[in-house]
Design a protein around this ligand. Structure first.
Ligand code: HEM
Length: 403
């Protein structure tokens, strides 16, 4: 494909991404990407190609832009908006660096390696409950409890709490969809309950520390340089919120890809070492977080386009991951070595939990493919809108037990 010059703003394609019917994978988005590296949207700009997304993720004139999301949706108050606007995700500069310093060790490769036996045990336990039936709803029988129980394990709380945190984080997650305002009462109720839950766990950990992540955060730092109670509360809620819904949705999106490409499932079963490649390739083609947000902190020029201070940019990870200028015509193929995809964002705010998430998903796909074969759709799947944060809510599958 020939590189085209940047289109003048008025001539750039317009994508109505605030419309709940709109899909980030629609032919309209593909046509827009063919015509231009950016599009206009009701929120600001959409960035459609891989190269530009990579550059803008780390651009000095941009900050993480998710703080504007409540305002973009006409929501100016409430516990969710207050919490959201103080999370690590929207914190910048030295305050952000300080928080990452406390948090990074709890998510290091070494810490995550010690979790692998738990991920394996959990996958086998969940599978044992439905393998003899030859069918299941992949979301309710596997992805939901898996994501919920991993989070319980990280926080060192009883697995009995998994259902509650799953339901609360799903309800809070409605705030990141384009129907935020309509769902406000549900979102607020869930946020209050999540605060109560995290407060209870935090109090227990302060009295009786364990080897879970919250205890690590309480103990992190020296002397006066410690996380405050408010920071611990905000971060505790953030970890549940950021970790559960994303993982369940991403697992479901990955499984729907395998349903469409059963040959890839068999390749994984024969090559278990490709589990991480499989998890990564799923995220390239079907990222649950379909756009990552940035905001201009100053007027600047990028590829001949003037971008004014305050402009919101939505960096489209699915569009970047399927961009033919970066990947050519690249079908789902776990054996191919692909360039980087941006399902976990990038730059200073790159997903804190990405090593946990990559590993827990890799273990799940690996062990499931070892035990079941001939995976196929078994009825109609239900999905969240195909934009913002997306994924299946129901995914009925059938399979045979591998001999
Ligand atoms: C498949 C699962 C996951 C996906 C797809 C995902 C994706 C993302 C994305 C796209 C971002 C924003 C990055 C940016 O703006 O550049 C992010 C940030 C974050 N994620 Fe994840 N995530 C996942 C799992 C997790 C888990 C398991 C945790 C922790 C338990 C977690 C904690 C966080 C935190 C704390 C941030 C904010 C980081 C910061 O601003 O410094 N995530 N994630």
């Amino acid at each position: 494909m020939l590189m085209q010059a940047t289109l003048p703003f008025e001539q750039a394609p317009y994508l109505d991404i605030a419309n709940p019917e709109y899909s980030v994978r629609s032919p309209e988005v593909r046509a827009a990407r063919e015509a231009s590296w950016y599009a206009r949207t009701p929120y600001g700009l959409a960035i459609l190609r891989h190269a530009e997304m990579g550059q803008l993720l780390v651009h000095q004139s941009l900050r993480q832009g998710s703080h504007s999301w409540p305002e973009h949706n006409g929501v100016n108050e409430g516990l969710f908006a207050d919490w959201w606007c103080n999370t690590i995700l929207v914190t910048e500069g030295t305050d952000h660096t300080r928080l990452r310093r406390f948090l990074n060790p709890a998510f290091s490769p070494k810490t995550v390696r010690s979790m692998i036996p738990f991920f394996e045990r959990l996958t086998n336990d969940l599978l044992a409950d439905f393998i003899d039936k030859g069918e299941c709803d992949f979301m309710t029988d596997f992805a939901d409890p898996y994501a919920g129980r991993v989070l319980c394990y990280l926080l060192g709380i009883s697995e009995d709490t998994a259902e509650e945190i799953l339901s609360l984080s799903s309800d809070m997650g409605l705030a990141l969809g384009v129907t935020y305002k309509q769902s406000l009462p549900v979102i607020e109720d869930a946020t209050h309950k999540m605060y109560d839950l995290v407060e209870g766990v935090l109090e227990k950990r302060k009295k009786n520390p364990g080897d879970d992540i919250l205890s690590m955060l309480i103990n992190a730092g020296e002397g006066d340089d410690k996380m405050t109670h408010d920071e611990l509360m905000n971060t505790g809620v953030m970890l549940v919120f950021a970790g559960v819904d994303t993982t369940r949705n991403q697992l479901g999106l990955g499984m729907s890809l395998f349903l469409d490409h059963p040959d890839q499932w068999e390749i994984l079963a024969e090559n278990p070492k490709m589990d991480m490649a499989a998890a990564t390739e799923c995220m390239r083609l079907r990222p649950t977080i379909t756009w990552v947000t940035r905001e201009a902190v100053e007027d600047f020029e990028f590829q001949d386009l003037e971008i004014a201070k305050g402009t919101t940019l939505h960096l489209f990870s699915e569009s970047a991951g399927t961009d033919p200028t970066a990947f050519e015509e690249a079908p789902f193929d776990i054996t191919e070595r692909r360039g980087r995809n941006y399902g976990f964002g990038g730059g200073m705010h790159v997903c804190l939990g990405q090593i946990v998430a990559k590993n827990d998903m890799a273990v799940a796909y690996r062990l499931l493919s070892e035990r079941i074969t001939n995976v196929r759709a078994n009825g109609k799947a239900e999905h969240l809108p195909d934009s913002a944060n997306t994924g299946p809510t129901s995914l009925p599958i059938a399979f045979d037990v591998r001999a």
